[in-house]
Design a binder for this molecule. Structure first.
Ligand code: ZN
Length: 502
């Protein structure tokens, strides 16, 4: 291995190590930090972040990258060439933005989060509009600094979360999905046969829910020797370091389903983090996740495709009966399978079911793209939101709180982020089909609580590669097909039509 490449890896490893310390501080802040420590914690995290940024953007990294890029012998190794390509991408992204733009964005987005909270509480978009306008203007400036081959500012933003993806490509994938999905949702919601979610709405004590959640996590293959599960208001997963993947979940007293699916979702993210080859490649992109969409595919695969399947519940229902006595003693497999697959039109994205969820995303994608391109003025956003919501989901939005003010993303300047959720669902569906083709007995093993087949398949086909391939390329390699809406629609129609007797 060339000395330039070794030095490059060690410099980047140093920056990553600082980043991992920052993640540990944030995790602590969300879980166990005493409230009075908040002020000093802000100084700790901003110092660590500045140190990591300084190392990531050092001129020495630029020199070493240039040396590696002109070393033909080094680049003959395809895995190293992919590492160098991704390191260049990271370096360019980190160095392209002027420091004062980064500082102005940080300031306005921290203000915007407070204003957004007030506006949402009052359900008053006009209160948020002037601040959001500033966030949008600066985010557009950021997009212009980054630039994109297509010239569309939205693409520069999307590419940060989903490398290689463009708005035009997303639209091409979303268009057939939108029509088929809204037709399916209309059929399901107007069916005379509706599903009953009440069998799982029981007040189960938190310690029982926790015991059940841990059994499920263990069955999924999450290594608790190299990870933890704690409780926070907003569940998350932090794959902060080799051997250290932290998950959080939250418990409610109304139902075991939301906490269970929260745990399985973060568990899916956690399995990806644990499966990346960090122990021998930490610091190299080949030990990192491909994209947000690919990360989301892993969480949704376990949450929705495994967690709402009949095969999973064949094992999980007796497990729930054992962990949570006597709450599920009288519940049958048919009842729990139906309750896990209820479809309902709702206003709030984060409460949406597997089928309607993607319609919420498509709405946001179209609107934020139009705002970025200057085709939609913020003053018209609530009206446009409500009109499109009605045409996609067939119901009238009662107020901005349950409409365009519900998500925190735009106040953070996270534009181009939403599509990655649906891309994740689409990748998950495609992987789910491919895994079953490769292992025809996968579901029958799942019925007995053996979920190892799917995990091993994901380990060797997805996790092992890190960022070697871009998401769509990886999908093509693994499934033999380009990304498409068909597998997700086959999955939803195949499951919901019999359940709803359509
Ligand atoms: Zn997620």
């Amino acid at each position: 291995m060339s000395t330039a490449f070794s030095e490059l890896v060690s410099k980047i490893t140093e920056a990553q190590t600082l980043g991992s310390i920052g993640s540990l501080l944030s995790w602590d802040q969300e879980t166990y930090m005493p409230a009075a420590a908040a002020g000093f914690r802000a100084s700790q995290t901003s110092l660590i972040a500045a140190m990591a940024h300084e190392r990531r953007t050092s001129a020495r990294i630029g020199e070493l990258l240039a040396a590696c890029e002109s070393d033909k012998a080094l680049l003959a190794d395809a895995a190293v060439a992919a590492d160098v390509r991704e390191m260049r991408r990271d370096y360019d992204l980190a160095t392209k933005l002027p420091t004062d733009l980064v500082a102005r964005l940080a300031k306005i987005t921290s203000e915007a989060q407070e204003v957004w909270k007030e506006a949402r509480a009052k359900s008053d978009f006009e209160h948020f509009r002037p601040t959001l306008q500033k966030v949008i203007d600066l985010t557009r400036e950021k997009a212009l600094c980054i630039g994109s081959p297509t010239g569309e500012p939205y693409d520069a933003l999307l590419d940060e979360y989903e490398p290689g993806m463009t708005a035009a490509r997303v639209e091409a994938i979303f268009t057939p999905l939108r029509a088929r999905l809204s037709a399916l949702v209309a059929q399901v919601c107007s069916s005379k046969h509706q599903l009953d979610a009440s069998v799982l709405k029981k007040k189960v004590p938190v310690d029982q829910q926790q015991a059940f959640g841990l059994e499920v996590l263990k069955a999924m293959g999450f290594d608790l020797h190299a990870g933890r599960l704690d409780v926070t208001t907003h569940p998350f997963c932090s794959g902060m370091a080799p051997g250290d993947t932290r998950l959080t979940t939250r418990y409610t007293s109304e139902s075991i389903l939301e906490p269970l699916y929260g745990t399985m979702h973060e568990g899916g993210h956690g399995l990806y983090e644990q499966g990346l080859p960090k122990s021998d490649r930490y610091g190299r992109p080949s030990a990192e996740a491909v994209s947000l969409g690919m990360h989301e595919s892993q969480s949704r695969l376990w949450e929705n495709f495994v967690g709402r399947s009949r095969a999973f519940w064949t094992w999980a229902l007796p497990t729930a009966k054992r962990c949570c006595p006597p709450h599920f003693d009288a519940v049958t497999l048919d009842q729990v399978y139906a309750a896990a697959n209820v479809v309902q039109r709702s206003f709030i994205r984060v409460e949406a079911d597997e089928a309607t969820y993607n319609l919420h995303i498509m709405l946001r994608f179209g609107l934020e793209r139009a705002i970025m391109n200057g085709d939609l003025a913020l003053k018209d956003l609530p009206g446009e939101w409500n009109k499109q919501f009605k045409s996609l989901l067939g119901v009238d939005v009662p107020d901005d709180r349950r409409g365009c003010l519900q998500d925190v993303h735009w106040s953070f300047g996270l534009i181009g982020y939403f599509p990655t959720y649906t891309l994740g669902n689409l990748y998950a569906a495609q992987f789910w089909e491919a895994a079953q083709r490769a292992m025809p007995d996968m579901l029958s093993k799942m019925e007995r609580g053996d979920l190892s087949g799917l995990l091993n398949w994901l380990r060797s086909n997805i996790h092992a590669h890190g960022r070697r391939y871009r998401a769509e390329e990886l999908c093509q390699r693994v499934t033999g097909q380009p990304l498409s809406a068909d597998p997700l629609m086959r999955h939803l129609e195949g499951k919901l039509k019999p359940l709803y007797k359509i």
